[in-house]
Design a protein around this ligand. Structure first.
Ligand code: SIN
Ligand code: MN
Length: 270
C-alpha cells in the first residue's frame, strides 16, 4: 500500500493518520485468538492489573522466539500494508521494532495512561533521533467510555518535552507535567478522541502527545501497538537498559511477507 502525497502531508501536519477499515474481519479474529491464548501465559512479558489479574500489557508477540511469540503477530508487523507504510513514513527501508504490545484495558478496572510522548521513554532507552512511529490496531471497537486514546493533533512538531516519572499509574510512564499539558492544550487545541471499529489502524509520530482514560464500560478494550524505528537509529548503550521486550536488541531489518500472511499463519498447524 502506497500513501498518497496528500496523506503524507496530513501525517506531517497532524502527526497521525487514521484508517477506519484496515484489517479484515478474519485478520482481526486471528489476532484476537492469539491475544486470548497468550493472555493465559505466566511471563514477565504479560503485565497484569485489577482484581481478576487480567493482563494490562502483553509484550513481544511479534518475534519468532520467546514465551509470547505469535506467528499471527509475526506476520502482522511485516505486511506490505504495515511495514511498507512505516518504511514510507520514516523514509527508510531498514526498520526494526523497538517493541510491540497488546494493551487489554479491562472492563471497569482498566486504568489510565497519563499524557505522554512515546519518545519521552524511548529517548531514555538511548535512541538519539525521533525517527519512530507507532501503529495502533483496533482489536475491539474503541470508544470514549472504554478508554480510547486522545491525541493533541500537531504536537509532534514541538519535539521532546522533558518528562517526569509518574508513579501514580498502574504501569508507570514518563509523562508530561500538568503545567506543560495546560500550556500545550492552550496552544494546540482540545484533545481529539481516536475512536473506531475493530480492524482500524492509526499510525502516529513518536512525539505526538497522547493519553487514554479509564475503561468505564462492561467490555474489555483490546488494542495492539507496533513501534517501528530505523535500524540506523538503534539505541546506543545506556546504563541499566530496560529488558529486551521493551527495548529490543533485535536490530535486523524486518523483511516483508505476503499481504495475506496473517490468515495463512492462522491456518498453519501449531
Ligand atoms: C500508550 O499510550 O502507550 C497506550 C495507551 C493505551 O493503550 O490506552
Ligand atoms: Mn504511548
Amino acid at each position: 500500500m502506497q500513501l498518497t502525497p496528500d496523506q503524507i502531508a496530513q501525517y506531517d501536519r497532524d502527526g497521525y493518520l487514521h484508517f477506519p477499515e484496515f484489517f479484515s474481519k478474519e485478520e482481526v479474529e486471528a489476532m484476537r485468538r492469539e491475544v486470548s491464548r497468550v493472555s493465559r501465559i505466566e511471563s514477565e512479558m504479560v503485565v497484569r492489573e485489577g482484581s481478576q489479574e487480567i493482563p494490562k500489557i502483553m509484550f513481544r508477540m511479534h518475534e519468532s522466539d520467546g514465551e509470547t511469540a505469535s506467528p499471527v503477530f509475526h506476520a502482522a508487523v511485516r505486511l506490505p500494508r504495515t511495514l511498507g507504510m512505516a518504511q514510507q513514513l520514516l523514509r527508510d527501508k531498514d526498520l526494526y521494532l523497538h517493541h510491540t504490545k497488546v494493551n487489554i484495558k479491562a472492563a471497569i478496572e482498566g486504568s489510565i495512561w497519563p499524557w505522554h510522548q512515546d519518545y519521552g521513554s524511548w529517548h531514555l532507552d538511548g535512541i538519539e533521533r525521533p525517527t519512530m512511529l507507532t501503529m495502533m490496531v483496533g482489536l475491539d471497537a474503541s470508544r470514549e467510555v472504554n478508554g480510547c486514546l486522545y491525541f493533541i493533533p500537531g504536537t509532534h512538531v514541538i519535539g521532546r518535552v522533558d518528562p517526569y516519572f509518574d508513579t501514580s499509574t498502574a504501569y508507570k510512564v514518563w509523562s508530561l507535567t500538568p503545567a506543560d499539558m495546560k500550556r500545550i492544550i492552550t496552544e494546540y487545541g482540545e484533545p481529539v478522541a481516536i475512536t473506531g471499529k475493530p480492524g482500524s489502524l492509526t499510525v502516529f509520530d513518536c512525539n505526538l502527545v497522547h493519553a487514554s482514560g479509564h475503561n468505564l464500560s462492561s467490555h474489555d478494550r483490546w488494542q495492539a501497538y507496533f513501534c517501528y524505528n530505523t535500524v540506523a537509529n538503534r539505541p546506543r548503550d545506556v546504563e541499566k537498559p530496560r529488558p529486551d521486550y521493551v527495548r529490543s536488541r533485535n536490530w535486523k531489518p524486518l523483511e516483508t511477507v505476503a499481504d495475506n500472511a496473517i490468515t495463512q499463519a492462522a491456518m498453519a498447524p501449531a
